[in-house]
Design a protein around this ligand. Sequence first.
Ligand code: G3I
Length: 405
Amino acid sequence: MNNYIIYTTVLSLFVLISLIWLVVALFRRSPSRKIAGAIFAAEALVLVCFYFFYFTPRRFPRNYLTAYPPLPATLAQTATQNGFYIGAAINRSANPTYAELVPREFNSIRPENATKWRRMLVNGKIGKYDFTEADAIVDYAIAKGVRVRGHTLVWGKFPGRTYPKELDQRIAETGDPAAELQQILGDHITTVMRHFKGRIKVWDAVNEPMSMDGPDLDKNIFLNTLGKDYIAAVFRMAHEVDPSVQLFLNEQFGNYTGEGVEVFFGLLQHLKESNVPIHGVGIQGHNIFKTHNLDEYREFLTRITDLGLLVEITEFDARIRLFEDSDDPYQAQGDYTTAYAVACIENPSCVGFTVWGLSDASTWFDSIPPFRWMLPNDPLLFDTELRPKPAYHGIKIALKRRQPR
Ligand code: G3I
């Protein structure tokens, strides 16, 4: 399962080579054409079977529908009573599920895209903001007494989707790129934080500063222009605008040990030693190609909180197909999700657990290749009919044991 990309690529290469051989042999009327034809047919068959195996939608038994007696309190009530945030990402204010599940089940929300820099700009034009959608999401939550986590002031990956593409052009054309970027960043952070002042009290100041390609910082426009201290600069600018706001560094980890993790801790250490106003670390917690080693993850949480930082799980999801070899995949997914959340619940400095979507009906996996073809993804706490899944119950029970900070 985890290696399907390697399998597909290698198999496709073999099929291609055999096809070339077959075409050349046919063209030359070579006697090897029969062998080439047979090999090509066999390989193509394996490839088709392979695709069929991974890309045919599956159905797994939903034993959870009868397995759990309802508990009187909701997830949000239990979390609030025990000093914890249980959150969900909201993709749009018009999602009818928003009013159905918030505030009943979630006492915290996080706009999935609406508070990203590019998303708040009219036609991607720097400085021209339209806060309509972000306000609709945020105001609904605030009116219901639900906390909002802002996501995100600065994110250097995927130009044009996360930050405005115009920025690349402006920096390329100016005589003093560092001054220009400082100015634009400062204006952006000030405008956005002032706009949401009093409503968003926790922001991801910087999202994903680490590279996806190796154990290093991501070489994005901010790093290339301002050096690695762009991260410190963003935190300082944000703190200056509103010192009462908690500022987090948000990151996704494929593994919770290894060289990349050490680089990340080096960065945290550097920020702490430089008295940068960082309050916590957001661990995204996506389970995309594999599940995580939970012992390593627990230790990782402790390493962060031992630095005197808060921590939150900010974007958890775990695709059901990571559990398809189990006898009861939904239960296995629930057990894993519960264990992941419990490690946070048991650490007094881990203050919240947010899932990346309200229900299995609105998960980003359903819109990105190849996962949109590897259905179902079903990675969240509620199914598409908003029925609670096993982790819902597991987390609720665990929350009752939460120790106050
Ligand atoms: O809504 C527009 C649609 O009108 C347009 O036709 C279409 C054409 O591409 O784009 C649609 O917007 C897309 C949006 O998702 C809604 O589906 C954007 O292109 C696409 O870039 C955007 O992707 C988001 C991605 O971040 C990039 O911002 C995902 O929804 C969102 O789930 C994902 O979230 C990230 C976190 O912010 C950071 N951590 C990883 C996580 C998952 O990638």
